[in-house]
Every structure is written in structure tokens, then in C-alpha cells.
Design a protein around this ligand. Structure first.
Ligand code: UD1
Length: 427
């Protein structure tokens, strides 16, 4: 990812927090819902769309392919597929995020060819795409790869049995979107079960796709002809990682907050671990009220595919443990390289050792403000949360990472009483 000049976030010790924050739709859902508009002509409306830069980048990418988009309101996006699609993404638009890989399946299956360049996204170490390609190859696609990117070709894709070695979110979504208009039945075994995939399945079903097993590890998809599909209006599922971010903030700063629209059912394991740390939750149909203990207690946490504790929560958990009572071991099972933010937390005074894919976090009583840099989206949010509990001033650079996935984190935390602001580089 190209490092560009971006604003900084300035955080001062805050708390106790109080009040209510409303969490918007999930980045990891909306980007795929947007890609699904390639499958059928018509006017789509997505509601509860987060105002994040990844949505703008995806809108630009879709615009280059032939799907135009217009904001109808701050969180409402209309997308029009007029049927005039060019299945080749200009390479310069495609190095920005990994989710752009999601146009591969819909383009190939509907238009018989697709050209994308190597996907970008957060740098967690190696992020291969072999499962995406193998799944689509099982359905009849052929790929050529070069230093620039990937070119895929097929006649009509044919339903197949696709068995993943690992429940990859992106590969499940790509094969799913390819299968909905393939010839015959596709079965995806060891499919990822994340709520964002269920959200995509629900939108595809509304469009007229035939999908069984939604939310389970076996998805059965019966292909239909593209002309039988219709454009729809769909509300994006709430972002569980943004929800957890505000819970982590109150956990570190103390107080009680309401996280409106947070879906506790989608956060089961994470809420259990937070409860083990001493947090108290009052859960209802429209959100979660979270109360912090006087001091968090350390726990051990391992990341796993859903319904396990998501890897995207991990930087928040490590930040919380850095001031908890005791020692917590955090084990990363998805991205061994996803510990880059630890250095930044250490700069605030955290006591963290890395041993392979484990982080040993010894809770300290005080963190102290420092100048740090956000290495990726969730790690950036974790630094914000840690800064709220640190004495003095914490200044976070490379905020563009946070902006890729967080819709006004500064405004939302301010509304909860946090001392946080955003400044331009020159000010
Ligand atoms: C998605 C999320 C990301 C989250 C991740 C895991 C989006 C935009 N991003 O990423 O925020 O951290 O799920 O919950 O939705 N793998 C392979 N070969 C492949 C594909 C994946 O080996 O072809 C490996 C990856 O290196 C990783 C694991 O499988 O170790 C999980 O990756 P995957 O579930 O595919 O994550 P993404 O879809 O990239």
C-alpha cells in the first residue's frame, strides 16, 4: 500500500464514557454486496452503508466496469447496472484493496472473462488467493497470471463440488457469486460462515438466486440464468468489528455505553471473552449496553474462523489486555504476520512479547501517550482505543488506514465523551 500524507488523530486520556453510539453497516459485507450488482441489470439501493474510503474505492472500481453509483443520503447508495459491462479493471484502480478480488467471480460467470490485478488490502503478511482460483477452476474457469495481474476466461461455468482446505471468507464469496448463474448445482463444503456471507446470500436470494444452507459450512447453489435475476434494495448487516471497537473503548476508559444496532448474535464468542474480562452486557434486539469493570481481567484468546473470535478483533483485544490485571496469551491462527501494531502499543508502554503466532500480554497499570502510526485498519482503531486510556497525548499517523474501515470514529467517540480530534498534517 502506498503511504500518503493523511490527517492525524489526537487522543487524550478519557473516561468514564457514557451515552450512545450507533454502529453502521459492515465493510466486509457492503463491498461484496456492491460486487453482486455485476450479476444483473437494474437499479439497486444499499442502505446502512458505512461512509468509509473502501466503499468509495469499490464504487470507483465498479464505475470503471460499468456500474454507476450515487449517494442518496449519508448511508444510502444507489448502484445502476445498465448492462454495459467491461470485464476489465484498469490496473491502477485495483491495487487498493483485497475486496476488489470479489468482482472476479461475478465478472467471469456473467461475462466469460475477467481481468484484475493482484489485490491489495491490509498487509498481514502473505495473503494468497489460490483457493479463489482453484474453486473457479473446478467450475471450468482458466487463469493466466503475470506480474501485472490475473486474467480469467470461461464459457458458461458449470456447477461443481468445491471443497475448501480452510473456510476462506473471500474464496467462499467468489465461488458463491460465480455459482449463482452457473449451469447446474454447486456445493461449497467447508464454506466460511461469517455473518457477512449470510448477508450476501440473503441479498442474492432476494435477487432471485437459489441458495441453500445459508449460515452453514455447506452452501448448495443452483444456478439460474442471469436474465431471471432482478435488482434489489438491501440493508447492510451491522459491523461487528466496529461494534467491538466501541465496547473495547468503554472497557479501557470505564463507564457505560449503549452500542445501538450492535448484533450480539454475530459476536457471541467475542462477547463471552469480554465477559470473562469483567465487562457486563445488557443485550436486547436493537443493541448492546456495555459496562466496564474497575479494571479488566486478563484472559487467553485464540482467533478462529466464525463462529470463533475473528482475527479482526485481535488488535482491540491486545490493547485491552495491555492494561488488564494479569497475563493474557493471544494466539493468531489466521494471519501469522498480524502483530505489526505491537511495536506501536509498546511505544505507549504496553508489555507484550511475541513468540511465533502468540502474543504474551502482561497488563500494566498505566500507558503513556506517544506518537504512533496505524499499520492497518483494525490496528489503527486499537491504537485509538489504547490512547484513550493513556496519560498525556497520543498522536496517531497514517489515519487513512482507519478511514478505510471506520465511519467517523472520531465523531462517534467524541459523542461518548472521549477527548479525540482529527488534525490535518499542516496544522
Ligand atoms: C476477510 C476479511 C478480513 C478478515 C478475514 C478473516 C474482507 C474484505 N476481509 O479477508 O477483514 O480478517 O476475512 O476473517 O472481508 N487463504 C489462502 N488462500 C486463499 C484465500 C485465503 O491461503 O485463496 C488464507 C489466508 O491467507 C488466511 C486465511 O486463508 O490465512 C483466511 O483468509 P480469508 O478468510 O480468505 O480472508 P479474506 O477474505 O482475505
Amino acid at each position: 500500500m502506498v503511504k500518503i500524507e493523511s490527517p492525524r488523530i489526537i487522543v487524550r486520556r478519557s473516561g468514564p464514557l457514557s451515552g450512545s453510539v450507533q454502529v453502521p453497516g459492515a465493510k466486509n459485507s457492503v463491498l461484496k454486496l456492491m460486487a453482486a450488482t455485476l450479476l444483473a441489470e437494474g437499479d439497486y439501493v444499499l442502505t446502512n452503508v458505512p461512509a468509509i474510503t473502501d466503499v468509495h474505492t469499490m464504487a470507483e472500481t465498479l464505475g470503471a466496469l460499468g456500474v454507476s453509483s450515487t449517494w442518496l443520503g449519508p448511508h444510502e447508495l444507489s448502484l445502476t447496472n445498465s448492462g454495459n459491462i467491461t470485464p476489465e479493471v484498469p490496473f491502477e484502480k485495483f491495487d487498493k484493496m483485497r475486496a476488489s478480488l470479489n468482482v472476479l467471480g461475478p465478472l467471469l460467470t456473467h461475462y466469460g472473462s475477467a481481468r484484475i490485478n493482484w489485490p491489495g488490502g491490509d498487509d498481514f503478511g502473505g495473503r494468497p488467493i489460490d483457493m479463489h482460483l482453484r474453486g473457479l477452476e473446478a467450475m471450468g474457469a482458466e487463469f493466466e497470471t503475470s506480474a501485472d495481474g490475473i486474467v480469467g476466461r470461461c464459457t458458461r461455468l458449470v456447477g461443481a463440488e468445491v471443497v475448501f482446505d480452510f473456510p476462506s471468507v473471500g474464496a467462499t464469496e467468489n465461488v458463491l457469486m460465480a455459482a449463482v448463474v452457473a449451469d447446474g448445482v454447486t456445493t461449497i463444503r467447508n464454506a466460511a460462515r461469517e455473518p457477512e456471507i449470510a448477508d450476501l446470500c440473503n441479498m442474492l436470494r432476494k435477487m432471485g438466486c437459489r441458495i441453500d444452507g445459508i449460515g452453514t459450512a455447506t452452501l448448495t447453489i443452483t444456478g439460474v440464468i442471469p436474465s431471471s435475476l432482478q435488482a434489489v434494495t438491501h440493508e447492510v448487516v451491522t459491523d461487528r468489528v466496529q461494534s467491538a471497537t466501541y465496547i473495547a473503548a468503554v472497557g479501557m476508559c470505564g463507564g457505560t455505553i449503549r452500542v445501538a444496532r450492535a448484533n450480539a448474535q454475530h459476536m457471541g464468542m467475542m462477547l463471552t471473552r469480554f465477559t470473562d474480562m469483567g465487562m457486563i452486557f445488557d443485550i436486547d434486539d436493537d443493541g448492546i449496553t456495555a459496562t466496564a469493570p474497575d479494571r479488566l481481567t486478563s484472559v487467553d484468546v485464540s482467533t478462529l474462523p466464525y463462529p470463533g473470535v475473528a482475527t479482526d478483533y485481535k488488535p482491540l483485544v491486545v490493547a485491552m489486555l495491555s492494561m488488564a490485571h494479569g497475563v493474557g496469551i493471544v494466539t493468531e491462527n489466521l494471519y501469522p504476520g498480524r502483530f505489526r501494531y505491537v511495536e506501536e502499543l509498546r511505544a505507549l508502554g504496553a508489555n507484550i512479547e511475541i513468540d511465533g503466532h502468540h502474543a504474551v500480554v502482561r497488563g500494566v497499570e498505566h500507558l503513556s501517550g506517544a506518537t504512533v502510526v496505524a499499520p492497518d485498519i483494525r490496528a489503527g482503531a486499537a491504537l485509538v482505543v489504547a490512547g484513550l486510556a493513556a496519560s498525556g497525548i497520543t498522536e496517531i499517523g497514517d489515519v487513512f488506514h482507519i478511514d478505510r474501515g471506520y465511519d467517523d470514529i472520531v465523531g462517534r467517540l467524541s459523542a461518548l465523551g472521549a477527548s479525540i480530534s482529527r488534525v490535518r498534517p499542516e496544522s
